[in-house]
Unconditional design. Structure first.
Length: 254
C-alpha cells in the first residue's frame, strides 16, 4: 500500500542526525523548473508564490544559490507544517522509518514525488502554481501522468492523505486496477459533513504516525484509526471514501 501526502509551504534544513538515502527520481525535471524560476523577475515570482514581500525576498535569496545536490535534508524532516508536527518523524522508531520509507510518498510541485529519505533543499513552489512551461500552462501539465505512474509502479493500492491540490495530480490518471482510498476527516454541522482544514492536517499527520506504528498494510485496518478523537463512520463512507468524524467531548457536569 502506498500512502500519498502533501508537502508543506514552510521548510528548513534538517537539524536531525538522519542521513539522506537517495535523490528524487525526477531530479532532472526539478532542474528544468529551477531554470524557469531563475528566469523570472522578483515581482513575477512574488505573484507566482502568492506571498508577501518578506517571504518572496527570502525565497529569491534561496533561488540565487539553488544547488540541488548540496546541503540536503531528508524530505520527511525538511517540511515544517502542521501535518508534519503531528506526524513527528523526528521521534520515529527504526520500525516506523522502515515503514514510511517503503510506503509513504510526498507529492511535490517542484520535485514531483519524493520518498521520505530523498535529499531535498528548501524551495517554494506549490502544485497549483501557474508556471508556464514547454508542456503547458501549469505544473499539472508539466508533470502529466508521471507522478501516478511512479506511484503505482510497485503497488496498485493507494491511500490518499493529500489535499485536493496535490491529489489532483494523481487522480486525473487513475485506472480501474488501482484501489484508491481517500480519508476524510470532519465534523457534522447541522447534519452536514464539514471539513476544518487545520483539523484535517492534524489528523493526516497523526494517521501516518499511527499507520507506521501499527505497520498497517491492509486498507480495511485503516478504519481502526481513532487518533485525535476521530472515529470511522460506516454510514457516511463508501468503499473507497473513508469518513472519520471527530467525537465531540461531553461538557462536564456542574
Amino acid at each position: 500500500m502506498k500512502i500519498i501526502i502533501s508537502p508543506a509551504k514552510k521548510m528548513a534544513l534538517c537539524q536531525e542526525d538522519m542521513p539522506v538515502e537517495g535523490m528524487p527520481i525526477y531530479l532532472e525535471e526539478a532542474r528544468i523548473l529551477r531554470g524557469l524560476l531563475k528566469q523570472m523577475k522578483p515581482e513575477e515570482l512574488q505573484k507566482l508564490w502568492q506571498c508577501n514581500e518578506k517571504i518572496a525576498a527570502q525565497n529569491i535569496v534561496r533561488l540565487k544559490d539553488f544547488r540541488l545536490e548540496e546541503n540536503l535534508s531528508p524530505a520527511l524532516l525538511a517540511y515544517e507544517g502542521i501535518q508534519y508536527q503531528y506526524m513527528a518523524p523526528q521521534v520515529f522508531s527504526d520500525k516506523q522509518w522502515k515503514y514510511v520509507s517503503e510506503n509513504l510518498r510526498i507529492l511535490s510541485g517542484f520535485y514531483g514525488i519524493l520518498k521520505p529519505l530523498d535529499g531535498v533543499i528548501p524551495y517554494r513552489l506549490e502544485m497549483q502554481a501557474r508556471l508556464k512551461n514547454t508542456r503547458g500552462k501549469d505544473l499539472y501539465a508539466f508533470w502529466g501522468d508521471r507522478l501516478y505512474r511512479e506511484l503505482v509502479r510497485e503497488d496498485k493500492v493507494v491511500l490518499n492523505l493529500a489535499s485536493k491540490e496535490y491529489s489532483k495530480a494523481v487522480e486525473e490518471y487513475l485506472e480501474k486496477e488501482t484501489e484508491y482510498y481517500t480519508c476524510v476527516f470532519g465534523e457534522l454541522v447541522q447534519g452536514k459533513l464539514k471539513v476544518k482544514v487545520t483539523q484535517a492536517k492534524m489528523a493526516r499527520g497523526e494517521m501516518v504516525r499511527w499507520l507506521a506504528q501499527e505497520q498497517i498494510d491492509n486498507p480495511e485496518k485503516i478504519k481502526d484509526f481513532q487518533g485525535l478523537d476521530f472515529h470511522y463512520q460506516k454510514d457516511l463512507s463508501t468503499p473507497y471514501k473513508l469518513v472519520f468524524l471527530k467525537e465531540k467531548k461531553k461538557e462536564e457536569a456542574w
